[in-house]
Design a protein around this ligand. Sequence first.
Ligand code: GLC
Length: 583
Amino acid sequence: MTLTAPATGAASAASRLATPWWREAVVYQVYIRSFADGDGDGTGDLAGLRARLPYLASLGVDALWINPWYPSPMADSGYDVADYRGIEPLFGDLDQASVMIAEAHELGLRIILDLVPNHLSDEHAWFQAALASAPGSPERARFIFRGGRGESGELPPNDWTSHFGGPAWTRVVEAVGDEEHPAGQPGQWYLHLFNSKQPDVNWTSDEVRAEFDEVLRFWFDRGVDGFRIDVAHGLIKHPDFPDLGERERPHIPFGSGDHPFLDRDEVHEVYRGWRAIADSYDPPRVFVAEAWTGDAVRLGMYLRPDELHTAFNFDFLVSAWREGELRSVIDATLAAHAAVGAPPTWVLSNHDVYREVSRYAREQDRPQVRDEADVKGRPADLELGLRRARAAALLMLALPGGAYVYQGAELGLPEVEDLPEESLQDPTWFQSGGQLRGRDGCRVPLPWSGSQPPFGFSERADGAAPTGEPWLPQPASFAGLTVADQDGDPTSTLELYRSALALRHSLEALGDGSMSWVQAADGSLDGVLAFTREPGFACWVNLSPQPVELPDGVEVLLSSGDLDETADGAVLLPSDTTVWLRR
Ligand code: GLC
């Protein structure tokens, strides 16, 4: 067995001490609507989050990313923001938010909010003003309004489609009108790459740019440590609004910067401006990009030293549970991030994709598995899915850089695939005409305790009974998966995460830094991802169908499942299992 040459940038003990927190943070994603409900109305809120902060601190994460908590009509679960400087009344108010931020900081948890700059809600004052103004007015210039095609403008301006299905343009009835578009008649069209209640804003407008600068400052001034940037690869559109034409899968950028509305090169200038704002604070604030790009090199462009700090690594998330795919994603990720000096991040799930337990429960016969469209009609073995999800968690937490944990992953929750149709709320369900159920199955309120709904999700401080049902129904199968059930059970997924996160903090080798693949010329490591990190750490992931013998003289620190032993005392790593070793 030989070691390959170490990757660049090995961390010394001294440099580790000086490592900025965001280069190796484990960030827990709080989908606030479904995390914990403190007033008993069936919707998660700030009171619930505050009550559960000690749980998050004891889990061992470093920071929280909270999905949009601003006032919103909830057409897209808060990603339709009506006021960027407030708190949705269902969740609480600004005072409670400030208290929560202070309490989290006291517990050593940093707070990252979600900024939605590509679009806002049609109920935002700006859009209401645009509707009440004439074509060509300054109010309309904050959005993307165009005349239609066809005899009387009855066809959308181009063929772009919404990410949720259907056309990306909606025609308005003019309130004021002009010569071409008379008042009281259908007139201009506006662009919405998502729901029609999420009009895209115009990033060529100086007013738009200044407004988002101010929104950043508003929250940074309140002690927020950073922002996740929603649809960071969006924002800028081709000035001529060309048709997409016959291109396949139009919502995956092409990787060259010439897509009409995704991952365009001009977007980087926006982030250079934001970086300067973040750097003007003490301590500097940070950004993480939600950027779906064609490849790791395009992703790296968002992470150049004067742009955003980190980005979600969706290539890792969508990768099948297969040795070859994972190895190439890891290699490509490390190379692209090293080229710009940024730390990689690793993520297995979020509020937009199928939960990893349910993805890995399917036969892994395609290179990528992301959402419902990839798993539809395919039988699931959830026990196998959980086994692999636990192994994947230890892999993720051992890789160089930071990691994201979506709420419920630490409980091993599966996707809820059988939500009653009448409960579905994701716009995907409506815009696909019922073809796709959408993302509600990964957004079901968390089970905290008890053996039936609401599983401790709605728990009022005064002990009174809840007044509302959870906003999405929880399945009976959550029984046994609650925090209370798993707490203290050494075989539980919760305790696996706790142990891994505690070790991650105590082991100098983990977090930021480099790794080296372990290779075996005799083929004994085929189907195994094995790597070392210095000082003295190794991680082995067995993706092959047969057990693999671990080397002599290592100490097992943690494993995602039971290990076996041969008659002569050698330790065997079973299939779909990850082990952390001290060498
Ligand atoms: C991002 C969010 C997703 C939302 C979309 C539109 O992809 O993660 O939940 O629907 O942006 O804002």
